[in-house]
Each structure stands twice: as structure tokens, then as C-alpha cells.
Design a protein around this ligand. Structure first.
Ligand SMILES: Cc1ncc(COP(=O)(O)O)c(C=O)c1O
Length: 387
């Protein structure tokens, strides 16, 4: 079956990226991993010791499928504080990461042949999730203000009938751009008018470098948006913890679907995160993470300015982990990635972020995990290869 081998090919692509990350000594702009410097080692140890000493059982036991009451309450309170809307008990569930949220949404919403609109480019994990349920993927392009909502509207007028639309409105992976408020408002109106579900992935939302985040799509239109969140980039991914919040009837279906995937997200991670939120530690970690990633981003952008040949352009992120590079005419990104890794620099060729194999002139650069001191050297080398 075409879709199966396609999925396998994409899976191989991810495996190749992960393999690149493993090469010792590589200056890697490849993976979208958080910087280990942000991991809350001591606080995690403190909390574990407390759980053990207090005789608490919930952290060590199976949890209800929707999530433990305390962690659900902590996440609901955070959504209220950061997005201005508190979900009801029937709208929120705790998932084993945003990637599980994508799987659950695909399983409940998509029938074979249904149209899923994605951003071009988008997160490979989402392409794989939708492909896994035999959806037809239709990409709508992006510019520096995010998804081109005008273009979407035009295609809807021409008869496009999506079941869902997947977007990463904040500091997009891989494009490093955010959707403007005006486009957010128009997008939710289109969803209401044409009856499709918006799947909003907020993986990088809280990692804004300066100022406040823009209104979330879910806060604008909780009737037509399922938001998928993760603690992977702001807490630590070792707990595999996220949330899905959306209309009560959709949420109930996600809970049903979760019963025969992993039944519940790990209770230990749920309890650790709950305490982290209640003690205000998450805010402290976020402040440090934002400053760290901002510094790294600026350093990488400076190096790009300094070294990249004429004809190269890139996006300027205001948060998150990524900048998206357009190579000069005639430079192929897969070829560049191959030559770069031979010289000790890891990058991800743009083709991995499109469902149709385009993106040969694009490269995703991640500044999140690369050693700060090696950013200049890595970009200089990359630029010499691009030249
Ligand atoms: C846009 C986006 N969504 C989801 C994920 C995965 O999140 P999680 O670790 O919670 O599964 C990532 C991780 O790279 C991502 O970039």
C-alpha cells in the first residue's frame, strides 16, 4: 500500500535525523530538542523524594484516562492564566505528549480520504499522524505572518472541503514564524462557516522571547478548535506529557480513543508537573528558557548575516527553536545536508516538512540544542558549503 511505504519512508527520515544527533562531536542544528541546561534536575529530585517520603500513592499508580484531578486542575488554571479561558472538566484531557494528541485526533476525526489541510511546511510528526489514517493532505502556503488565510479562503470557495486544519500558530516548526492576530480571527471564522475542526498545536507558544503571546485560536473559538499542548519544550520531554482541550463532544471521543492506546498518561509525570506549576517553578524555568533561546537565536541570526552568501534568506523567529532558510538558486538542501554532516554540521533538509516532496531549496535550522560557543563555527562552515 502506497500510504504504508510512504509512512515508512517518512519514519526513516526521522530516524535519520535522530541518528545525526547521535554522532559525537557534531555541531547540530538538526533536532528540535530542548537544551539539557533547562532540565529541572534538582527540583525533580526534590519532588520525587517528597512523594516517596509522604507515602503518596497517586504518583505511582495508574491514573484515570482523562488525567488525575490535581494535574488537570493545575493545567486548567495555567490555561486560564496564560490564555484567558478556563476549560470545563469535560473539555480537557491529559495526553502522553502532543504527538499522542495528534494520534488521538486523527483516530477519532479522520476517515480514509478525508482532507486534512496542513501548513506548507509543517511538523513531520503531524504529516505522519494524518497519513497513518489515510487522509488526503492539502498544504496551504505560509509567509512571514503565518498561514496564508486568503489562499485558504480562495480554495474553500473553489470547493475544498477539509475535515480538519492543522496549524502551529506560534513560532512554527519548521518555519519559525507566527500567525498574525488578524489571520487568527479570520481563520476561526472560516472554520465556523465551512464546518471544519482546527487542530492548534501550541508546542512553542510559551517560549516567546519578548512580550506576550498572541491570542490562542482555542481562546478565540473553543467551539471549533482542539488545542494540543506539550510540556516537552518547557518542562522536560522525559515525562511525555501534554494536553488536549476542545469541545466537550470531541474531548469525550479523545478519551475513548485513549482507552485503547495507553489508557492513561504516566501519573508520575502528571504529579511532577502539577507540583512544578503550583510552586511557581514553571514560571522561573520559562524565564530562563526564554532568555537562553533568545540569546542562541540572536547569535545564530548574527552568524547567518555575517557568513551566508547572497541569495540566501531566512526567517527571524520571535520565540521557539527554529529559523527557516531559503538557499540560493541551484543549491539543493538534501545535498547540502549530506555534505554538511560529512564536515561535522547537522541540518535538516526542507523536504521533510512537506507532504509532496517540495522544499528542495529549504533548510530548517534549530538553535535550541546546539552549543552556544559553536554556533558561529557551524554557520560559517555551512555558509562555505552553500557557496
Ligand atoms: C510542532 C510540534 N508538535 C508536537 C511535538 C511533539 O511534542 P511531544 O513531545 O509532546 O510529543 C513537537 C516536537 O518536536 C513539535 O515540534
Amino acid at each position: 500500500m502506497a500510504s504504508t511505504s510512504e509512512t515508512r519512508d517518512r519514519g526513516d527520515g526521522i530516524a535519520a535525523i535522530l541518528a545525526l544527533l547521535g554522532v559525537p562531536g557534531l555541531i547540530s542544528f538538526a533536532g528540535g530538542f530542548p537544551d539539557p541546561a533547562t532540565f529541572p534536575r534538582e527540583r525533580a529530585a526534590t519532588l520525587l523524594a517528597e512523594f516517596a517520603a509522604s507515602g503518596e500513592t497517586s504518583a505511582f499508580q495508574y491514573a484515570p484516562t482523562r488525567g488525575l484531578a490535581g494535574p488537570l486542575d493545575a493545567i486548567a488554571s495555567r490555561l486560564e492564566a496564560t490564555q484567558g479561558r478556563r476549560p470545563t472538566d469535560h473539555e480537557l484531557l491529559i495526553a502522553s505528549g502532543a504527538i499522542e494528541g495528534l494520534e488521538l485526533v486523527s483516530k477519532t476525526v479522520l476517515d480514509p480520504g478525508d482532507v486534512a489541510v496542513i501548513e506548507g511546511p509543517t511538523y513531520l510528526g503531524a504529516i505522519m499522524a494524518f497519513r497513518g489514517y489515510d487522509a488526503e493532505l492539502v498544504a496551504v502556503p505560509m509567509d512571514e505572518h503565518g498561514l496564508e488565510v486568503d489562499e485558504l479562503e480562495r480554495r474553500l470557495a473553489e470547493g475544498l472541503r477539509p475535515k480538519l486544519l492543522y496549524t502551529i500558530p506560534d513560532h512554527q516548526n519548521p518555519a519559525g514564524v507566527s500567525m498574525s492576530t488578524e489571520r487568527r480571527e479570520r481563520l476561526v471564522e472560516l472554520a465556523r462557516r465551512h464546518g471544519f475542526l482546527i487542530v492548534e498545536d501550541v508546542a512553542y507558544r510559551e517560549l516567546v522571547f519578548e512580550g506576550d503571546a498572541l491570542p490562542s485560536l482555542w481562546s478565540l473559538a473553543p467551539d471549533v478548535v482542539v488545542q494540543l499542548g506539550t510540556t516537552s519544550k518547557t518542562f522536560f520531554p522525559g515525562v511525555r506529557l501534554g494536553w488536549a482541550v476542545g469541545p466537550a463532544e470531541v474531548s469525550a471521543q479523545l478519551v475513548n480513543a485513549k482507552q485503547n492506546t495507553d489508557q492513561c498518561a504516566g501519573a508520575l509525570g502528571q504529579r511532577l508537573f502539577e507540583e512544578y506549576v503550583r510552586r511557581g517553578w514553571i514560571e522561573e524555568q520559562l524565564a530562563q528558557s526564554r532568555a537562553l533561546y533568545r540569546r542562541k537565536s540572536e547569535r545564530m541570526l548574527d552568524a547567518l548575516d555575517r557568513w551566508m552568501p547572497a541569495g540566501t534568506s531566512w526567517t527571524t523567529p520571535h520565540g521557539g527553536f527554529f529559523s527557516w532558510l531559503t538557499l540560493p538558486d541551484g543549491v539543493d538542501s538534501t545535498d547540502l545536508a549530506q555534505r554538511a554532516v560529512e564536515q561535522g554540521v547537522g541540518i535538516v533538509p526542507g523536504g521533510l516538512f512537506y507532504a509532496d516532496g517540495s522544499g528542495a531549496d529549504k533548510v530548517r535550522l534549530s538553535f535550541s540544542m546546539v552549543d552556544e560557543q559553536q554556533i558561529d563555527e557551524g554557520i560559517e562552515l555551512l555558509a562555505s558549503l552553500a557557496r
